[in-house]
Design a binder for this molecule. Structure first.
Ligand code: GCU
Length: 670
């Protein structure tokens, strides 16, 4: 029985035909040149992978022979440095992290070459080759990341609770560090490196001053030492008022010289222990966090001050655009507009080593949101995409929802500024769904979301379905009788959740603070823009948030083509209809139904599709190990219950405000 700990790096025995194909490419393993911690990691992974898939790992030899699996860089192997070699020309296009896999002749022998410009590229190449082996493909490949920064963001607290985490405690055992280093840290590094993730922010964006004190720097350094051979840099979330709260300055005003000096010295201190420290992630002036606006300074003033401290060390600052104005202060009439209003005017004023990190949508990681209007609107500022891998609003680790399709939908959106959202990015961050549960992610299918994030960070043009097929094969074995239905389950799952939670562009109707389950009726929270009623605006006459010119006019934050298209409900994509429009209950939908009937139909479809998910899974019972089969099955049963609750609660509530009868044939909820 499998417990899921091995993730997509299972390396289970292959069937004979595949074994023969793999064996032909790896009769021996040859590393050109001397070993390094990173090539050690690559070789160890090849050993592990081949002993698993083949039963035993081939010998490591110094000499190239026929059938060798050869790892080489131009610096390690003169033949690759030869300017006449086409391989060298190809490598020159692959940058510091790219790799190629190729059948070729080397020193008179037929070899399988894993080549790169750096040792990290070799490690990525080794993982790619092992992936091919596990699926039995053995294809040639050449690949380089399209985005430079590919980070996980852990919302992990120092007491090991995880904000919005549904997979147990934090894997970072701060108490035991730095002396006691869990093997899990190495396995974490392997999993991430296998996807090309090259950075991790260890602690929650709602940060504490303690993380920047000497004891925690030493703990973070111990983690950094483990991750370094895998090409993963450590970053920390910094609380803006840290020096003030540690009583080491009298203010946290970013323009006060003592504050700049404190951060400069702090950066020096960190880089002494972590020479390749990545930099800081900052949540400022958002949801009660301190920030430069407390001193009437701008986000740019705050970010640039921190950027100046890390710049001499080549560090960066990722400054989050998820801001909410404090109560009463220049509060926009639509929360969806606030980030754009605060950040757009600052375009061009950020230091060169600052990136602005923007959530995929303007509200908050909803099952579906239009892309954030800041994408395409800040051409002079490098932007990071922030996706949420953990499913805060999509049913935790209970409901099955593959986020590959959600990520893809955002990345492929055309900003109508000449670029897709993906093309506006310099990096991508994913709020991790990782915890100390045996299977890391809380449920087996949630591993696919970590996987899809990593793959899309490497190549934002990859497709969610290709990624799903690959993940399914690596996770459940390359048998098409399994991978095809599993891929179908993955591909339908997110739309299913949208349908039973927030169809047709509805959003933010989840229960207060926990965000699990429906609560469209809540109208009494401290701030109006926390109440679900603020978002759906359902009343006797209709439903939806009017964001056109006669409403909040959030639409004007998009490029004119989009603003024009979405100004009219008839040309607004149906899936975003009630995000942008308040419409009468009897509004005629393209289906011929009224809006009310369409809403009911969507909720019903959501429920029906959870049953379909369940049926697809039960048909797989003969092919899946009992433990994983059962753990998934239990969740699918629960998902149908969740969907029914969502549907019935929302329909009952909307009916109570609309006063409309249920259409013929629909049962009033019991
Ligand atoms: C959401 C989430 C919070 C989180 C915040 C953020 O609002 O519910 O837990 O702190 O996003 O992204 O900063």
């Amino acid at each position: 029985d499998e417990d899921g700990y091995d993730l997509w790096l299972r390396y289970r025995p292959l069937e004979r035909a595949s074994q023969q194909r793999v064996q032909a490419q790896a009769r021996s393993i040859v590393l050109a040149g001397a070993s390094s911690p990173t090539t050690d990691a690559a070789l160890a992974e090849l050993d592990k992978g081949l002993s698993g898939t083949m039963g035993r790992a081939p010998a490591h030899t110094a000499r190239i022979g026929d059938g060798a699996l050869l790892l080489a860089t131009p610096a390690r192997l003169p033949a690759l440095a030869d300017t006449a070699s086409p391989l060298r020309t190809e490598l020159a296009t692959l940058g510091d992290e790219g790799y190629l896999l190729r059948q070729t002749r080397m020193q008179g022998h037929q070899v399988t070459l894993i080549a790169a410009n750096t040792d990290i590229g070799l490690l990525y190449g080794a993982f790619a080759w092992l992936r091919e082996a596990a699926i039995g493909n053995m294809r040639a490949a050449s690949s380089a990341p399209k985005l430079q920064l590919r980070l996980l963001n852990h919302w992990d607290n120092l007491d090991r609770t995880v904000e919005r985490g549904y997979a147990g405690q934090s894997i970072w055992d701060w108490w035991a560090l730095p002396d006691i280093k869990d093997q899990r840290y190495t396995d974490y590094a392997r999993a991430n490196a296998s996807l090309g993730i090259n950075g991790t922010v260890l602690n929650n964006v709602n940060s504490k001053p303690e993380i920047l004190t000497a004891p925690f720097i030493a703990k973070a350094a111990a983690v950094a030492d483990i991750l370094r051979p895998y090409g993963i840099k450590v970053y920390l979330s910094a609380r803006f008022s840290t020096p003030l709260e540690l009583h080491e300055t009298s203010t946290a005003d970013p323009l006060a010289p003592e504050v700049q000096q404190w951060w400069n010295k702090k950066a020096d201190e960190i880089y002494k222990s972590i020479p390749d420290f990545g930099g800081f992630l900052v949540k400022a002036n958002s949801e009660g966090q301190p920030g430069p606006q407390d001193y009437h300074r701008t986000h740019a003033d705050g970010a640039n001050m921190l950027a100046a401290a890390v710049a001499p060390h080549k560090g960066i600052v990722m400054w989050r655009a998820f801001v909410y104005a404090p109560k009463g202060a220049h509060l926009a009439d639509d929360r969806a507009k606030q980030a754009y209003e605060e950040f757009k005017p600052l375009d061009g004023t950020f230091a060169a080593n600052v990136l602005v990190q923007v959530k995929n949508g303007a509200i908050d990681f909803q099952p579906r949101e239009p892309f954030h209007p800041l994408f395409g609107a800040m051409p002079k500022t490098p932007l990071m995409m922030e996706f949420q891998i953990t499913k805060e609003y999509l049913g935790y680790s209970t409901d099955l929802a593959y986020l590959g399709t959600l990520f893809e939908e955002t990345l492929d959106s055309d900003t109508r500024t000449g670029k897709t959202v993906a093309q506006t990015l310099s990096g991508m961050a994913g709020v991790a769904n990782i915890g100390s549960d045996r299977n890391w992610a809380g449920s087996h299918f949630d591993q696919a979301n970590w996987y899809a994030f990593g793959k899309l960070a490497w190549n934002p043009q990859a497709t969610a379905s290709d990624i799903a097929i690959e993940w399914a094969a690596l996770t459940f074995g390359p048998d098409q009788r399994v991978t095809t239905p599993v891929t179908e389950m993955l591909m339908m799952s997110r739309e299913t959740v949208v349908n039973y939670m927030t169809p047709l562009g509805l959003h933010h109707m989840m229960g207060t603070s926990h965000h699990f389950g429906p609560a469209p009726w809540v109208d009494n929270l401290e701030r109006p823009d926390w109440n679900p009623v603020y978002y759906h605006r359902a009343d006797r006459n209709g439903i939806g948030f009017n964001r056109t010119a006669i409403g909040s006019n959030a639409l004007e934050q998009y490029a004119p083509e989009i603003a024009r298209q979405y100004a009219d409900p008839h040309t607004t994509p149906q899936q975003l209809l009630l995000w942008f429009h308040h419409l009468p209950w009897d509004y005629a939908m393209p289906s011929g139904r009224t809006l009310w009937a369409e809403l009911l139909a969507r909720y019903d479809k959501g429920v029906a599709d959870t049953k379909l998910l369940h049926a697809r899974w039960t048909a797989l019972k003969p092919f899946i190990d009992t433990r994983r089969y059962t753990e998934v099955e239990q969740r699918l049963v629960r998902q149908t219950q969740n969907a029914i609750l969502w549907r019935d609660a929302c329909i009952a509530y909307f009916q109570s405000v609309s006063g409309l009868p249920l259409p013929p044939g629909v049962q009033a909820p019991a």
